[in-house]
Design a protein around this ligand. Sequence first.
Ligand code: 6RY
Length: 116
Amino acid sequence: CAKMPKPSQDNDRDLTFCRILLAELEDHHDAWPFLNPVNIKTVPGYRKVIKKPMDFSTIREKLCSCQYQNLEMFIIDVNLVFDNCEKFNEDNSEIGRAGHNMRKFFERRWTELLKS
Ligand SMILES: Cc1ncccc1N[C@@H](C)c1ccc2c(c1)OCCO2
């Protein structure tokens, strides 16, 4: 049938979940490597290795300018932060461990929220 617009209450729920999840990610103890864009001028190799940089401040800007159609698009960007981290950083490093901790936290929290 014709593509029906999603009922607005679903959009409202998704937007609320994105706001809650992003605030918790930004406040997490291990968020420090991910709060702002990696400076590709000062981190050798980053520009070449990481094709799609992403960070929490960029996600915040996209959320505040209605660039996420739904929760799925938001989750894709958050996972991009952690996938970039795994690609560039050793698991057994400060930043690598922070990335694994943050991914675990995020997966637990969005599962809890969606089950609520
Ligand atoms: C997520 C990530 N992956 C790979 C490299 C860097 C980063 N984060 C930047 C902010 C960053 C994090 C930590 C730093 C730093 C920059 O530059 C100075 C030394 O400590």
